[in-house]
Design a protein around this ligand. Structure first.
Ligand code: PSU
Ligand code: MN
Length: 302
């Protein structure tokens, strides 16, 4: 098997102790250096403090890895030329022997392969604005439509067309629930301005839904637990609207397309909000990681 699962993660899984998968694209391409390494370590620590085992996922020298040691995390954070790998890129990266950070889609696929059921990230990819022209829809959505995993996120990235993404998730049959809210969170913002149909308030309730997914033996699809960033830590909505409009304009003017769009927009927001978008992003991810660890704990107790 090409998949390399760390000893710590394998032991925890075998003993049915809680494990939380973490993606690495946010580390390599979503956050600025040197803060990114600190954040990677901090997120792993947050999972441990909740009594669960973190399993950061990446591909190193053609080996897909689930669970990284400190040196491997450092490579993801600092290595120049580390690629961004969606799930379609995995076989190509393995055969070529290259290294890359995994997006939500690639992480979910590898985590599921390793038998991990709970996964935390910042914001999901989705349908981009101007979709009718560019056809740019993140591969995250298609993969989540056929992977039985619970993803804790702060909604979808607000740089996207949020209502179109919610519609796609409905069409694809992916379950979505707000955590402690009936509003769909807006990544940097606590509320995207759109409602969600279902609300869950405790990790035990989330675990019940996961068990119901299994009991129904329905087609393998994800459960999205949309956990809002606390209002006190969100990005100022007015600043968000203004800078995002500028960022989208700059993206179009500079002809940025494909995989580069998301990192470009996230970086633009960091630079033009004086780091405020970074603080909101980090607050969201931290909250998601903690909640994911609690859900994984409730899940293993069932
Ligand atoms: N969440 C963040 N920052 C990120 C991402 C998520 O807070 O950088 C990454 C995830 O890995 C997600 C990817 O899968 O952005 C989506 O990229 P694209 O739109 O190219 O599919
Ligand atoms: Mn894209």
């Amino acid at each position: 098997m090409v998949l390399m699962v760390s000893e710590e993660v394998r032991e925890a899984s075998d003993a049915r102790r809680p494990v939380v998968a973490l993606e690495s694209t946010i580390i390599a391409h979503g956050l600025p250096r040197p803060r990114n390494l600190q954040v990677a370590l901090e997120l792993e620590d947050a999972v441990r403090r909740e009594g669960a085992v973190p399993a950061t996922v990446a591909v190193l020298d053609g080996h897909p890895r689930v669970g990284l040691d400190k040196e491997q995390l450092e490579r993801v954070a600092n290595e120049d030329g580390i690629r961004k790998l969606g799930h379609r890129d995995l076989p190509l990266a393995v055969a070529a022997g290259v290294s890359g950070a995994t997006t939500v889609s690639a992480t979910a696929q590898l985590a599921a392969l390793a038998g991990i059921r709970v996964f935390a990230t910042g914001g999901l990819g989705g349908v981009h604005r101007e979709w009718t022209v560019t056809q740019d829809e993140s591969a995250d959505l298609g993969l989540l439509a056929r992977t039985r995993i619970t993803v804790v996120c702060a909604g979808v990235k607000s740089i996207l067309d949020v209502p179109a993404t919610l519609q796609r998730l409905e069409t694809l049959g992916v379950a979505v629930a707000g955590y402690g809210t009936d509003r769909f969170p807006g990544f940097y913002l606590s509320d995207s301005g759109h409602p969600v149909d279902w609300r869950l308030d405790t990790p035990a309730q989330v675990a019940d839904v996961m068990r119901a997914q299994d009991a129904l033996d329905a087609p393998g699809a994800a459960l999205i637990v949309a956990n809002p960033v606390p209002e006190a830590e969100q990005l100022d909505p007015e600043l968000h609207a203004r800078v995002l409009a500028d960022a989208l304009r700059a993206c179009a003017e500079q002809g940025v397309t494909g995989q580069s769009v998301t990192p470009f927009l996230l970086d633009y927001l960091v630079r033009h909000t004086d780091g405020a978008s970074l603080s909101a992003n980090l607050a969201a991810v931290r909250g998601n990681v903690r909640l994911a660890a609690r859900i994984a704990t409730a899940w293993t107790r069932g």
